[in-house]
Design a protein around this ligand. Structure first.
Ligand code: 5AD
Length: 362
C-alpha cells in the first residue's frame, strides 16, 4: 500500500513529484488523501494570500469560433450554437459595471472569432487602460500571431490565459481537429511568456481520453512551464458536441489537482472555476478550500450569457454584477474568506496594503 500522505508531504516540502509518483497519486488517492492534500494546500494558500480571494470580472466577448474542438459547445460545426459578438461599447459598459462593484481585473474571453482583429482590439484595450488605469486586463482569446500578442500587450493587456488542454500529442489530436496542433499551442504559450504577459495555462479534468498518466504529464508540464495562473476544471459534456454523451469529469479529482498544483506552485493564481461550480453547488467553496484563490464573477450582459454555452448547465448566477458579488461575499464568508479587491498580480503579497477600500464589501 502506497503512502499517499508521504507523497503529499514530499510535494509540500520539495515542490515536486516525479511523473510516476503523480500518476500513482491520481490513480490511487482515497478520501483521506484528498482531505490531507487539501489541508496542506490550504495552509500554503493562507500563508501567501491570507483570507483574501481575488476577483476577476469575466466578459465573454464572442461566442463565434473558427476552431472545431470536440469538447466545446462553441465549436464551429455546432449549427445549434447561438452566436454573438459584443460591440466595444458593450464591453466598456460591462467593465464600468464591474468597476463600480469594486472589481479591478477584467478578463476578455472569447472564441477565436475572426472579427476580433487587432484593429478592433488595440483601441478597445487602450480605452479600457485609459479609463481604468488602476485595473489589470486579462485576455483569453486563443491562438494568435506573435505580432498580435505583442500589439495587444503594447496596448495595455498584461495577462493572457491559454490552456494547453493536454500535453500528450495523441490526446491533443483526440480532443482537437486536424488543423490544430499541440506544437502551435505551446509556441503561443512561449511567445506570451517571452513578451511579458503573466501567463495562464491548464487543462480540463476528466476529458475523454484522459488517463492518470496523461494528467500526471500535464502536471509535470505545468511544473516546467511555471505559469503565473493555472486554470483547471472538470470536463462537462455539451450535448451538441461529439463528446456530448461522455461522462463528466470528477469533482474530487479536480479538487485533488487544485491541491497538488497549489503545493507545486505556492504563489500561482488558481481559480475555482465555473465548471466546478456547475457540477457541484458547493464547487466554488470546495475549490477554495482545496487551494484555489481566485473566482471569476461573470460580467457578460445578461442576454448573451446563455449563448456562451461551452458546456451544458453552465452556472449563471445573479445577472446583476453587484447582487452576484453580495452572494459571493456570503459564500466566501461561510468558509472564512473574503473577496479581495486588489488587482492581485502574480507575486503580490496579500499584506502589501494596496487594496482599494472604496466599496461596500470590505
Ligand atoms: N467542459 C469543461 N471545460 C471546457 N472548456 C471548453 N469546453 C469545455 C467543456 N465541455 C474549457 C477549455 C477552454 C476553456 C475556455 O474552457 O479548457 O480552454
Amino acid at each position: 500500500m502506497l503512502d499517499f500522505k508521504r507523497l503529499i508531504d514530499k510535494l509540500r516540502a520539495e515542490r515536486s513529484l516525479s511523473a510516476e509518483e503523480l500518476r500513482q497519486l491520481i490513480d490511487g488517492y482515497d478520501d483521506e488523501t484528498l482531505v490531507y492534500a487539501a489541508a496542506a494546500a490550504r495552509a500554503v494558500t493562507e500563508a501567501h494570500f491570507g483570507d483574501g480571494v481575488y476577483l476577476r470580472g469575466l466578459i465573454e466577448v464572442s461566442s463565434r469560433c473558427r476552431n472545431d474542438c470536440r469538447y466545446c459547445g462553441l465549436r464551429r460545426s455546432n449549427r445549434r450554437a447561438e452566436r454573438y459578438c459584443l460591440e466595444p461599447e458593450e464591453i466598456l459598459a460591462a467593465c464600468a459595471a464591474g468597476y463600480r462593484a469594486g472589481l479591478r481585473t477584467f478578463v476578455l474571453q472569447g472564441g477565436e472569432d475572426p472579427a476580433l482583429t487587432d484593429a478592433l482590439l488595440v483601441p478597445l484595450i487602450a480605452e479600457i487602460h485609459r479609463r481604468w488605469p488602476d485595473c489589470a486586463l486579462t485576455l483569453s482569446l486563443g491562438e494568435r500571431s506573435d505580432a498580435s500578442y505583442e500589439a495587444l500587450y503594447a496596448a495595455g493587456a498584461t495577462r493572457y490565459l491559454l490552456r494547453h488542454e493536454t500535453i500528450d500529442e495523441a490526446h491533443y489530436r483526440l480532443l482537437h481537429p486536424d488543423d490544430m496542433s499541440l506544437a502551435r499551442r505551446l509556441a503561443c504559450l512561449d511567445a506570451l511568456r517571452r513578451i511579458g504577459y503573466q501567463t495562464g495555462t491548464g487543462m480540463m479534468i476528466g476529458a475523454p481520453g484522459q488517463t492518470a498518466a496523461r494528467l500526471a504529464a500535464d502536471v509535470a508540464f505545468i511544473a516546467r512551464f511555471r505559469p503565473h495562473m493555472i486554470g483547471i476544471g472538470p470536463f462537462v459534456p455539451q450535448h451538441d458536441t461529439p463528446f456530448g454523451r461522455e461522462p463528466a469529469g470528477s469533482v474530487r479529482t479536480t479538487l485533488l489537482l487544485i491541491s497538488v498544483l497549489r503545493l507545486l506552485a505556492p504563489r500561482a493564481l488558481i481559480p475555482a472555476t465555473t465548471a466546478l461550480a456547475t457540477l457541484d453547488p458547493a464547487g466554488r467553496q470546495r475549490g477554495i478550500l482545496a487551494g484555489a484563490n481566485v473566482v471569476m464573477p461573470n460580467l457578460s450582459p445578461c442576454e448573451v450569457r446563455r449563448k456562451y454555452a461551452i458546456y451544458d448547465g453552465k452556472a449563471a448566477a445573479g445577472c446583476e454584477a453587484v447582487e452576484g458579488l453580495a452572494a459571493l461575499t456570503k459564500e466566501l464568508a461561510a468558509i472564512g474568506r473574503r473577496p479581495s479587491f486588489a488587482r492581485g498580480d502574480y507575486g503580490d503579497r496579500h499584506d502589501a496594503g494596496h487594496e482599494n477600500s472604496e466599496n461596500q464589501y470590505n
